[in-house]
Design a protein around this ligand. Structure first.
Ligand SMILES: *Cc1c(COP(=O)(O)O)cnc(C)c1O
Length: 409
């Protein structure tokens, strides 16, 4: 079958999935617009600020808007948060104190967080360096939360439980907000004052509900150059949740006594507002691209995780490409299909912190943004490429055509 027909047949076979994503996008768009209305968002909220940023209405309103969207008491959403890792790091350093212990309930956390925590190597200034003990409970069969084991790991010194919703760069499925909420409820029965934290990166707006909609979930964090930035936010991260924890974490972002009262932005918060407006739709586009990749590659005899008909809770798609040449050809085609840096030819390289060479494709308007179509692959068996993003479905289809051509399929 020629590529065009393969793609068109695949799209036809995904009618149910696409309609489902569109329904979620409709619901989430309405949720976002109602929050805009409730907060009386107006053009004056795009006025820049400078200096200390005292009484910056644009900043404060943006944070209230986001916390309404996420169903929380409070939120920090700022360009001064440099990345998702920084947001998660602020949560850990804001909550944990010397002598505490904390538990990761979803196995080994995302790579960059391991360094923050000081669990993969000795790192000066890490959480471990602070004198905080780390405990880990792996997923059952690399798939579901082990509620009994997490509960059994809690003692009087346990201050925080963390869960990662997305697969990140692990070959497991993404966890549903309902599963996370159920664990949160179970641990609060054992220890009501434990802080339950969720790494929500890549998960925002994929479903109608968020982990923050569960009352036992205390803090949720993520990146603005992923889902909630809608491809428009130029930088930043967010943390939302219960006010008392947000205030404590705010003392880490700025300093004790200053909290969220300071922080200016002369470039205007408009792209953050506009990004939130676009986010549900853009996430829907990214989900369609990921699901189409899964369908096309499954039809060609490759393994796709998740499968094209599987329930999703993040935007990441894994394709098992079977050899190094295919990984390289795939990533080069994604790069060559990008709006930016399409002339660049990616090469596998020794990325600091990785045991294997890694190849990456990212031709994005916002540097490193992975809500824009991007692909990365560690050069090792079973030759998994991680693909995510896509601001428009059309871009994804164009990339798939180029990938098929480049793979000589
Ligand atoms: C992207 C991501 C992070 C944070 O990464 P940054 O590159 O620092 O924004 C953390 N956890 C997961 C699961 C992620 O996908």
């Amino acid at each position: 079958m020629d590529h065009e027909s393969l793609i068109q047949e695949s799209i036809k076979a995904l009618e149910v999935q696409f309609q489902y994503y569109e329904k979620i996008s409709q619901l989430n768009t309405e949720k976002v617009l109602k929050a805009f209305k409730k907060n009386n968002i107006a053009l004056r909220h795009f006025n820049p600020s400078n200096g200390y940023g005292y009484d910056d209405t644009a900043r404060d309103t943006l944070e209230r808007l986001f916390s309404d969207i996420m169903g929380t008491e409070a939120a920090i959403l700022r360009p001064q948060i440099a990345s998702g890792t920084h947001a998660l790091s602020l949560c850990l350093f804001g909550i944990l104190k010397h002598g505490d212990n904390y538990i990761s309930a979803s196995g080994l956390p995302y790579d960059t967080l391991q360094t923050v925590m000081g669990i993969n190597k000795e790192v000066e200034g890490s959480i471990k360096d602070l004198g905080v003990e780390y405990r880990q409970v792996d997923l059952i069969d690399n798939a579901s939360l082990d509620i009994d084991k997490v509960c059994a790991s809690i003692d009087e010194k346990t201050k925080l439980i963390m869960v990662q919703r997305s697969r990140g760069y692990a070959s497991r499925r993404a966890l549903l907000p309902s599963e996370i909420g159920k664990l949160a409820e179970a641990v609060k029965k054992i220890k009501p004052d434990v802080v339950f934290m969720v790494d929500n990166c890549y998960g925002e707006f994929v479903l109608e509900e968020e982990p923050s909609n569960y009352k036992c979930v205390d803090i949720v964090a993520g990146s603005l150059i992923k889902n909630p930035g809608g491809g428009i936010a130029p930088t930043g991260g967010y943390i939302c949740g219960k006010e008392k924890y947000i205030n404590r974490i705010a003392t880490r972002l700025t300093s004790p006594g200053l909290g969220l009262e300071l922080g200016s932005y002369e470039a205007s918060y408009r792209p953050f507002y506009q990004g939130l407006f676009f986010a549900p739709h853009v996430v829907c586009q990214a989900l369609k691209v990921a699901t189409l990749m899964a369908e096309v590659f499954t039809r060609l005899g490759f393994r796709a995780i998740p499968g094209s008909k599987d329930m999703r809770s993040d935007i990441v798609q894994i394709l098992e490409l079977q050899d190094e040449a295919a990984l390289v050809a795939f990533c080069r085609a994604v790069q060559a299909s990008s709006p930016i840096d399409a002339f660049v030819v990616p090469e596998p390289w020794d990325m600091p912190g990785y045991d294997n060479q890694v190849i990456m494709a990212a031709g994005s308007f916002v540097a490193g943004s992975s809500i824009e179509l991007s692909a990365d692959a560690p050069i090792r068996e079973p030759f998994h490429v991680y693909v995510q993003g896509g601001l428009t479905f059309e871009h994804g289809v164009y990339a798939i055509k180029n990938i098929l051509k480049n793979l000589n399929i």
